[in-house]
Design a protein. Sequence first.
Length: 556
Amino acid sequence: MAKSFSVHLLVATLQLLHTSSQHEAGDDKQPNFIIILADDIGWGDLDANQPEKKADNTPYLDLMAEQGLTDFHSPASTCSPSRAAILTGRYGLRNGVTHNFAVNSVAGLPLSEVTLAELLQKSGYYTAMVGKWHLGHNGPYSPTNRGFDYYLGIPYSNDMGCTDTPGYNLPRCLPCDSSSPQRRLDKGCYTKVGLPLMENSSIVEQPLNLWTLSQQYTSAATRVIHNARYNTRGQPYLLYVALAHMHVPLAPPPPPPPPDAVVLTAADHTVYSSSLREMDSLIGAVKKVSDDTDQNNTLIWFTGDNGPWEQKCQYAGSVGPFVGKWQTSRGGGSAKRTTWEGGHRVPTVAYWPGKISANSTNSALLSGMDIFTTLLSLAGVTPPADRRYDGMDATDVLLHGKQTGHEFLFHPNSGAAGRFGDLQTVRRGKHKAFYITGAAESCGGGTGGQQLHNPPLIFDLEQDGAEETPLDIRTPEYQAVAEKIDQRREELLWDIATDRSVSSADYSTDKSAAPCCDSRQPVCRCQPTSRQVGALHHLCLHVREELRRSQMGVNL
């Protein structure tokens, strides 16, 4: 049975006081890994990716950018498929996760799949996760049954449940409605089930307070690093931090407006910048604790699960130059849920002092699936041989500056056009071929309809990063590229069709599957005890002080 929230805090406090010199890092130790996954973040949200804008929203990430990976892609352009591929190193057509799970989902990532956390845990790592899971929240599908020793977070997206003080969203969502708990607003605003905060398999707060979530995540993540560093077993650790940022609703400081405030308008553009800075401060706190404990033996890998949610307008991120002009001229946008560059090219930073060359960028073609293969390689762990993988070992890219990434990379449909999971877009070198095009809803409400392309549209991304003008099919360049891409696409589809390790996800739903701490209460209402609140408040004050000190030390 899971320990209570207060017991975990007590244990954490005691372990923070325990130090030992016998576990000093040595060259023969397995490295520690910190994966930080932002939600709905745009390639252009990282200041270092758009220096001409002279923004100051991500100073800690800029300092960490010892190696910026400029051609890095999420494995899919929506939440669940991307996260499943990161943790398994396999396309959704292999691992079974091709679209998002719901609040009422009875299952999740198929149990036949083996996660990165499970493999590292079996090899002696302490494994912990803080943040958004979105791969199944019931029974055997929860994080602590998929390889994580500890979990604190929301089981899915932070808009998949109501809160008493909603954050910034478009359209604006109302607070939890106690008088009509069965009501569900249009356009995705939930009033039926409170947004839960879970620790291991227990709900510790429902509905949670979005305005303190960043502090709770910071406290939990920094506590995990301290505990792992100073525990008596001297284990290496995997910490997976799946942020709520930059998914709406956004809830940055200052405090939220009163419940009767007018609908937020485009004048609130500073909300997104404030949220970016809050995210960056959280990452800065994690970096500082990591540096103070085991800097030279810890790889921090920051990336995103997909591009920005464009229809949220001023509350959505920037795709930078990857605007998908061919599509936007026909309606819709280049954003999450699409295979245009803005949907899956994400800001990515690798930080490992003494191992990764400082002040460098790398344009190797890489994917979030490569995290699985690369971390296992660095840990000296061999993945099971009974299945096929799609990620590559990027160790030479990270540590030796090699520019060799994937020869081919496939981008699956995640909801804007075609069938879920279809490998509808193919990348080879500087060329990108579309067999199906389509777009998610844009800020202005436009939606690009599905179009099939035979022969495919092919863009030269070196000359046309905005994906505006496809190559003329009559040119020798087009003919040579199309032939190679067609051949490789058919080979991969045949490989998947004959793969005996392909899994199938159960997407069935049931009302009883929704997380609920007390079904007798409207929206399943329960709150942490006063003792839990007091302990959490103490830890939050500690983290705020650490943030204040670290901010004073930033020298840009």
